[in-house]
Design a protein around this ligand. Structure first.
Ligand code: FAD
Length: 414
């Protein structure tokens, strides 16, 4: 017979988001809070991020990934969170019963509320479809980071990087520091996908060229990568044939985006947003399934870990409230992305308390404003010097600003 257990709040995933959500749920009064992590240790992706730059908002100092993780783990344990590693949640049903597997076998856990914080995974070669043979030497940036930082293995000597996401930029610097030659970074877009600070600190400072409007159109080599062909991309997305050029390398590293890990969410019937590919949530971070909350990279890919933790604290607090009361106020106001906005979160709000919105713009803009409006009436305008798709924009609307409305739209105004 499968063992059954009952907890007040269950948290799936022991990265910074899960740890912060679990600690907040306990602090908000939840009795038994259980955090489940499939890896052999807590901390999530931070364990392999040995560079610094984490923690300036939450811990008020610049920390490495493992240092941030250690502090977050301590906070969770001090708050009285029970943690189980080497434990994978296989299934979650809409009544918040989970099927969980560990070395001790299978068990069911019934939770008063569930927080989803499973993080995200990297897009691979298969997801972007590059022509050519299938030699060894093609890695995602996260895999290269794992090999170098956790296993001390240098994956190649001359590397081409496709995609200018932050993980790729950080790994360009790391590879250069370890004596590999980074031939170039190719980015299909007309602007970098990573943060400006990473372009300066990881590429410019190491003399690594960044080619914008450029992609890899072919991979060469039979046993091992022997080179790639790069080509420029025109404004309509077509390849400019005359610009094709071969670059010799033994490794192609892909940094072409992250996808939230939402298999569990889908099976539980959670409605996902077509753009973020994370759950649709309200201002309590509650998904479309009552009592199931989401935060961190499983909800939206964050630029900074501190914001993932702060978002998770709210989700954990809401989960504790749901576990206690069995319901939260209905969020009836729809929030829509308008011109220049790729997505905005939360997608539904109650309109009572102050609300923190997070969003990403579709393309870079200078001296533009983020404008909230309803039925043509402006509610809030925030002038911004720079807006870039790589950085999440954050706006707080004060208590009562949306009361009585049915819909609110956010857009970028010139
Ligand atoms: C290479 C890299 C560099 C970065 N650099 C910076 C930086 O300089 N500064 C900064 O602020 N931020 C940085 N970040 C971002 C930051 O690391 C993320 O925002 C943060 O880790 C997201 O936290 P999370 O808890 O949502 O996800 P994760 O850290 O990915 O944790 C998710 C956890 O869930 C577990 N899990 C998944 N599915 C299940 C399941 N079914 N059952 C049980 N457990 C499960 C996973 O094993 C994992 O441990 C970087 C990220 C990367 C990848």
């Amino acid at each position: 017979m499968i063992e059954m257990e009952r907890v007040d709040v269950a948290v799936v995933g022991g990265g910074p988001a899960g740890l912060a959500a679990a600690a907040a749920a306990r602090t908000a009064g939840a009795g038994r809070v259980l955090l489940l992590e499939r890896d052999t240790r807590l901390g999530g992706i931070l364990n392999q991020c040995i560079h610094d730059g984490f923690g300036t908002k939450v811990f008020k100092e610049a920390l490495t990934g493992p240092e941030y993780a250690a502090l977050a783990i301590r906070r969770a344990h001090d708050a009285g969170v029970e943690t189980r590693v080497d434990t994978t949640v296989l299934e979650l049903d809409p009544n918040r019963t989970m099927t969980v597997i560990s070395r001790n076998g299978m068990r069911r856990i019934e939770a008063g509320a569930v927080v989803l914080s499973m993080g995200c995974r990297e897009r691979t070669r298969g997801a972007i479809g590059i022509a050519g043979s299938r030699p060894s030497g093609i890695y995602t940036a996260g895999a290269v980071q794992n090999y170098m930082n956790l296993r001390n293995i240098l994956v190649g000597r001359r590397i081409v990087i496709l995609g200018s996401g932050d993980i790729g930029l950080i790994m360009a610097r790391r590879l250069a520091l370890e004596g590999a030659e980074v031939a170039c970074v190719a980015e299909i877009l007309a602007y970098p996908s990573g943060l400006a600070r990473n372009i300066v600190q990881c590429l410019d400072d190491f003399g690594i060229p960044l080619h914008l409007n450029t992609t890899v159109v072919e991979i060469h080599g039979t046993d091992r990568v022997a080179g790639v062909t790069l080509a420029e991309v025109g404004c309509k997305g077509g390849i400019r044939r005359r610009t094709r050029r071969r670059v010799e390398c033994d490794t192609l590293m892909l940094s072409v985006g992250l996808v939230p890990e939402n298999e569990l969410s889908k099976r539980a019937g959670v409605v996902l947003d077509a753009v973020t590919r994370g759950p649709v949530v309200d201002d309590a971070y509650q998904t479309s399934v009552p009592g199931v909350f989401a935060c961190g990279n499983v909800l939206q890919v964050h630029d900074l870990v501190d914001y993932a933790s702060l978002e998770a604290e709210k989700a954990g607090t809401s989960a504790a409230a749901f576990a206690r009361t069995g319901a939260l106020p209905a969020a009836r106001i729809r929030v829509l992305p308008g011109a220049g906005i790729r997505y905005v979160l939360p997608q539904r709000v109650t309109g009572g308390d102050a609300i923190d919105f997070t969003m990403r713009v579709s393309k870079p803009a200078r001296d533009a404003a983020l404008v909230f409006s309803s039925d043509g009436r402006e509610i809030r305008r925030l002038q911004q010097q720079v807006l870039a798709p790589a950085s999440m924009a954050r706006v707080r609307l004060g208590r009562g600003r949306l009361e009585g409305l049915s819909e609110v739209m956010v857009e970028v105004a010139g």
